[in-house]
Design a protein around this ligand. Structure first.
Ligand code: NAG
Ligand code: NAG
Length: 447
């Protein structure tokens, strides 16, 4: 379990606080992405190459400044691009590219947010455009991380890597979505001035690490022309079934219906199966997850258990489910060629530690270059915040051209925030805000 009573109480308390604040705020329904014609795939897009930009729009800098620090933003663009789903079918999705002041056109970070939702309307690009309910969809912490990347003069893009059908937890979709977003933004130079051969790195935590991990695994086969110089993966989900088991009955239980529905958004045969094993009286409650973004997902299903929703407790063992769950396990494809920084909390109660450590060992055995940090004191949400400084230092070293030590090295830290240099990574405004998040209740609505 690895989940201390004290933390449990803290999380329950903060969930209660968040629920009170959500109830007090007028309940808002997310507006629908389907009403925004930007996302309509143009006729004939299937024939375009993966990563081809199909449509472009500029974001209003002023509206974006409501979430990101205005001093960091010069321009922001969104691109609709062609990508490929997990079944090899052409589909479209979007990415947002943010250009800082004094931007260095030779440096790009593609940052994957933890979207964690099976609703297309929770896509980061759509939320950044409308601003509607942003807090609850993209976490405040991740906006601050992006701010500190922009502050360094790096271009930052974030992809709607789940694709237009919001196939949450579908690794191949996420990997393609990230790789094609990079292709798209690297081809946008006539508008954005970003160089086509810019040094590119990737970063993501939790759901964002799932997308990043699949991107680096798929890169050698799907996008061999892309040459990444580094990638940071924190709290990496490797095995969906193990995550389903870990979150059941806990504060993040909502990731189970969300992940299952995300899979059904890609695999119709799984949708039929899942519908056949959800108890009739539970269908409404289960499918509610279809329309919820991260915060509401977490709040709505906290401490519930999938076992109460299904007619068979061994529901993952039916051949159709087993096959798809097996295909969604990371670490069975190509070994990543890009140097990696991995960090994971030993007591991660949401994304279990050992599958990530096993992938680390396997990739190392097969010739990968990886620095691995095991954090002894943190759990999932704490390391999300405290581990970010090490990730940024890693990206910074790669951009500076610091040598990577070939092969693998692992170390243990008591808490990543106290690692040398960690506190100096953030500017004062960002550091104060992050410490504020850490000092407050670590609930989904407060992150
Ligand atoms: C940028 O180049 C693409 C083709 O490479 C073209 O379709 C597009 O119109 C150009 N945009 C601008 C603003 O020049
Ligand atoms: C998922 O995990 C449960 C609990 O450990 C196990 O009984 C089941 O066989 C697993 N399913 C698959 C498809 O691995």
């Amino acid at each position: 379990m690895g989940y201390s009573i004290g933390r449990y109480i803290a999380v329950i308390l903060c969930l209660c606080l968040v629920m009170i604040s959500v109830v007090q705020a007028a309940p808002h329904k997310n507006s629908a992405i389907s009403e925004d014609s930007f996302y309509n795939p143009p006729a004939g897009f299937e024939k375009e190459a993966p990563g081809k930009i199909l449509r472009t729009r500029r974001l209003d800098k002023k509206s974006l400044s409501a979430f990101l620090l205005p001093q960091n933003i010069d321009n922001a663009y969104q691109f609709l691009y062609r990508t490929t789903d997990a079944l090899g079918k052409p589909i479209t999705t979007a990415t947002t590219l943010i250009v800082p002041h004094n931007a260095d056109p030779s440096k790009l970070v593609t940052y994957q947010v933890m979207m964690d939702s099976p609703s297309p309307s929770c896509a980061p690009s759509y939320v950044l455009k409308t601003g509607a309910g942003l807090k609850g969809v993209i976490t405040q912490a991740e906006l601050l991380f992006m701010d500190s990347l922009l502050e360094r003069g790096w271009y930052v893009n974030t992809a709607d890597y789940e694709g237009s059908n919001a196939a949450f937890t579908v690794g191949a979709m996420a990997g393609h979505g990230v790789l094609d977003a990079v292709r798209a933004v690297l081809s946008s130079g006539n508008q954005t001035k970003l160089k086509a051969d810019a040094d590119t790195q990737l970063w993501g935590y939790s759901g964002g690490a799932l997308a990043t991990g699949w991107a680096v695994q798929l890169q050698p086969s799907y996008a061999p022309e892309l040459k990444f110089i580094g990638a940071a993966l924190g709290g990496l989900p490797v095995d969906l079934n193990k995550t389903l088991n870990a979150v059941g009955g806990g504060p993040f239980a909502g990731l189970a219906p969300s992940g299952i529905i995300g899979l059904t958004n890609q695999y119709p045969e799984l949708a039929t199966y899942v519908d056949s094993i959800i108890k009739p009286e539970k269908k409404k409650a289960f499918y509610k997850a279809k329309d919820l973004c991260l915060t509401r997902l977490v709040l709505n299903y906290a401490f519930q258990n999938m076992d109460d929703y299904v007619t068979r407790p061994d529901y993952t063992n039916a051949p159709v489910a087993k096959k798809i769950l097996e295909a969604s396990v990371l670490g069975r494809g190509d070994t990543p060629k890009v140097p990696l920084f991995m960090y994971h909390a030993k007591h991660d109660e949401v994304v279990p530690y050992s599958p990530a450590a096993d992938v680390y060992k396997k990739w190392c055995k097969n010739g990968a270059t990886i620095e691995f940090v095991k954090d002894e004191a943190s759990e999932h949400i704490i390391l999300f915040i405290t581990g970010a400084a090490n990730a940024i230092m890693y990206l910074e070293d790669r951009f500076k051209g610091a040598a990577v030590h070939a092969g693998c090295s692992a170390r243990t830290t008591i808490t990543s925030l106290l690692d040398p240099g960690a506190l100096g990574v953030f500017g004062k405004a960002v550091l104060d805000a992050l410490l504020g998040l850490l000092g407050g209740p670590l609930g989904p609505g407060n992150l």
